[in-house]
Design a protein around this ligand. Structure first.
Ligand SMILES: *Cc1c(COP(=O)(O)O)cnc(C)c1O
Length: 336
């Protein structure tokens, strides 16, 4: 795959670190756990959306856009990263924030990502939960175009074939990095939400002919719908980059047993995972994605589904800023 055919802006130094989690691996009694630090993508405290935005903003600039419209949940990491990158290129950012999580919590509604969105000068509009948010963003984009704005609409999570290039390229980067370190990788684990990260990794790892399986831990939808979304986007991305043969449906694996009561709703497993990584490794996960993904990986290790002799790479997708939207939960005593 030859990604230089597509427009891109460069936003952070690569490769992001690939680190061994010595203490966590020891505490869990194996497997050997490594972490790919995509929380270290620099812009606006980093996260996986910065990788996607290299390609999305690259295309927006190539089209002459000066106004970015996107959408997400109230505590969207994607919106925070998009708002910051837009400013970096002198663009306006309008974001539609969906009240996807039902709460009146002051921190959830004002702190964390929302606070940073406002610092980045993002124009925020709120929407009730349950709408087709990508359709809302398209409608907002059309309204702004009618006012003469040069608009580029980015779907939720930056998850389309253009944004997924960020994770096609991450897979290439990781394979080269592991080869240079002499590190055989048996499996990758990532949070799987709007699917661009999961789908991009599948295409990139397939394109490098690695045979490394990717386990996505779902954070919102049931397994059948999540796998269908990931597969659809992986096929579209494979076709966009010209990867012959596409991605077989059997390569798409999502475990959606760790969502808990719903998207963005905290679980005790997430609390344990966030506290464990903080206290064993000095690494901050987030409450909505990487915390639940790590909770899933830890449980699957304890159950033996992930073998003791494997070498696993967990993708850290960032999001720690979201912790400040959940202060009440972390201050409260664990439910027993
Ligand atoms: C958006 C996000 C994800 C999920 O990535 P998708 O490409 O939407 O599946 C995971 N972790 C964090 C912290 C995120 O912000």
């Amino acid at each position: 795959m030859h990604l230089a055919r597509f427009p891109r802006v460069r936003l952070f130094p690569t490769p992001t670190p690939l680190e061994k989690l010595e203490n966590l691996s020891r505490t869990l009694g194996g497997p050997e756990i490594w972490i790919k630090r995509d929380d270290c993508t620099v812009v606006a405290t980093g996260g996986n959306k910065v990788r996607k935005l290299e390609w999305l903003i690259g295309e927006a600039r190539a089209q002459g856009a000066t106004h970015i419209v996107t959408q997400g949940a109230v505590q969207s990491n994607h919106v925070r990263q998009t708002a910051a990158v837009a400013r970096r290129f002198g663009m306006t950012c309008t974001a539609l924030l969906e009240h996807r999580v039902e709460t009146n919590d002051r921190d959830y509604l004002n702190s964390g990502n929302v606070l940073l969105d406002k610092l980045f000068g993002c124009k925020i509009e709120y929407r009730a939960s349950g709408l087709d948010m990508n359709a809302e963003a398209e409608a907002k984009g059309a309204a702004l175009r009618a006012e003469g704005e040069k608009v580029y609409v980015i779907p939720g999570g930056g998850s389309n074939p253009v944004g997924a290039l960020g994770y096609v390229s991450c897979a290439q980067e990781l394979v080269q990095q592991a080869d240079e370190m002499g590190l055989r990788i048996d499996r990758m684990v990532t949070a799987s939400g709007s699917a661009g990260t999961h789908a991009g990794l599948l295409v990139g790892l397939q394109g490098c002919n690695t045979g490394i399986p990717v386990l996505g831990i779902g954070v919102r939808l049931p397994k059948d719908r999540q796998e269908a979304n990931v597969h659809r986007l992986a096929e579209a991305t494979a076709s966009y980059v010209g990867l012959a043969g596409g991605i077989p449906r059997s390569a798409v694996e999502a475990n959606c047993d760790y969502v808990g009561p719903g998207y963005g709703q905290p679980t005790e497993g997430m609390r344990e995972a966030v506290e464990l990584l903080a206290q064993e490794e000095g690494i901050l996960l987030d409450p909505v994605y990487s915390g639940k993904a790590m909770a899933g990986m830890i449980d699957l290790i304890r159950k033996g589904t992930i073998g003791k002799n494997e070498r696993v790479v967990f993708l850290h997708t960032g999001g720690a800023v979201g912790l400040f939207g959940y202060t009440g939960f972390f201050e409260s005593a664990p439910a027993t």
